[in-house]
Design a protein around this ligand. Structure first.
Ligand code: KG4
Ligand code: ZN
Length: 367
């Protein structure tokens, strides 16, 4: 790489053009993001149809599919963006957390391309991608804000003070909210992925028909727990028996969605109160849930807070959030893209490692 190129990445104001790859789980996402022109192109391949046969993600199949899809998607996206590898300032990939094999495909391809095209490489934290995804839309959202990060593997409340300055307010002590949706959906005999299926069924159910627990609703902290709810759903499913009618399953789906979203809304609002923030941001796959959005809209309006959601297409895994996070990190000087092509992946990567431990250790306690 030329010295000018190094200087460009080090400078906060030079425009940057980033190729981003997301392969942490069951979606192959590719994007080209330009710091001044915005999102130039993106493409996504979902493996849902393939995994549906097995009722969940099969890691080995996921890796193999990423191998087959990623390069053609990159070629397509570069063509759509009307640029070549030579026009890129860096190549970004999801370094973790996620499935080891799936991450390795993205990291390996990104590294090979970067070496071949003499471009620097940057590994991105998947959750930071989700966290910053609402900023992809031109919504006027600015730091600081409280973020409710609700995905298939994580449920967290964070005080997002600035780019790279995140304080953990609370998190799940067992299952994630997405897992609660997925596991309850499975108990109700619904397909994979369970969240959207359960939400669809809930739309014609009566949430009052079943009484389900709201775990940790009054725990006095901002942590979550969803494992008990899953057990309660299992008990109700057993009580209904094998001949349960469609309407009672819809009622149970609605009651489950209501219980999960009640806890998420209550804790998110408590987090904005404790931190005195006026803005709440929801990110991650469960952020696509309509009922959650309805209830947060109402609660925020009542409390005089603003609430922002990513575009529906950026709620679940996607390439733009990775390219965007890389762009913001590089421009802020928080990360450097490297030409040391000894890549690694971090299947288990705590978000706390991205930020100073001191700031992450702070946890709010309700009083
Ligand atoms: O963020 P994401 O795509 O992947 C992870 O990083 O985990 O989130 C996937 C999760 C799954 O658990 C899925 O069931 C859930 O998000 N999800 C939903 C909805 N759409 C996706 N949950 C409830 N309602 C939805 N509409
Ligand atoms: Zn995700």
């Amino acid at each position: 790489m030329s010295p000018e190129h190094n200087n460009k990445l080090a400078s906060s104001h030079a425009p940057l053009c980033i190729l981003g790859l997301e392969t942490s789980c069951d979606e192959t996402g590719v994007a080209v993001y330009h710091s001044e022109r915005g999102l130039l192109a993106h493409a996504l391949h979902s493996q849902v149809a393939m995994h549906r046969l097995y009722g969940g993600v099969v890691p080995e199949l996921a890796s193999r599919d990423h191998i087959a899809r990623t390069l053609p998607l990159i070629e397509h996206t570069l063509t759509e963006a009307d640029c070549t590898l030579a026009d890129l300032d860096a190549i970004a990939y999801t370094r973790g957390p996620g499935l080891a094999g799936a991450l390795l495909v993205g990291a390996g391809l990104a590294t090979a391309l970067a070496m071949a095209a003499d471009k620097p490489l940057i590994g991105i934290h998947h959750l930071e991608g989700h966290l910053l995804s609402p900023l992809l839309s031109d919504s006027g959202l600015t730091f600081p804000f409280v973020a409710l990060l609700v995905s298939g593997g994580h449920t967290m409340l964070l005080d997002v003070i600035a780019l790279g300055d995140y304080r953990l307010l609370g998190e799940t002590v067992d299952d994630a909210a997405g897992e609660a949706f997925d596991k309850s959906a499975m108990l109700l005999g619904l397909g994979y992925p369970g969240g959207p299926e359960l939400a669809r069924m809930a739309s014609f159910g009566n949430p009052q028909a079943f009484a389900l627990p709201r775990p940790k609703l009054h725990s006095g902290d901002l942590d979550f727990s969803f494992a008990g709810l899953k057990t309660a759903v299992l008990t109700k499913v057993r009580q209904l028996g094998t001949n349960s009618c469609e309407q009672s399953r819809a009622d149970l789906a609605a009651a489950t969605q209501e219980a999960i979203t009640d806890v998420l809304v209550s804790k998110a609002m408590e987090a904005t109160r404790l931190t005195n923030r006026s803005t709440l941001v929801v990110a991650g796959g469960v952020g696509a849930n309509r009922r959650l959005r309805e209830k947060l809209d109402q609660a925020c309006m009542k409390a005089g807070k603003h609430v922002y959601y990513p575009d529906l297409q950026w709620c679940t895994d996607n390439g733009p959030m990775i390219a965007y996070a890389a762009c913001r990190r590089l421009q802020a000087g928080l990360a450097s893209a490297s030409r040391d092509y000894a890549f690694d992946v971090r299947p288990r990567w705590d978000l706390a490692e991205l930020v100073s431990t001191a700031s992450f250790e702070h946890r709010a306690t309700a009083n």
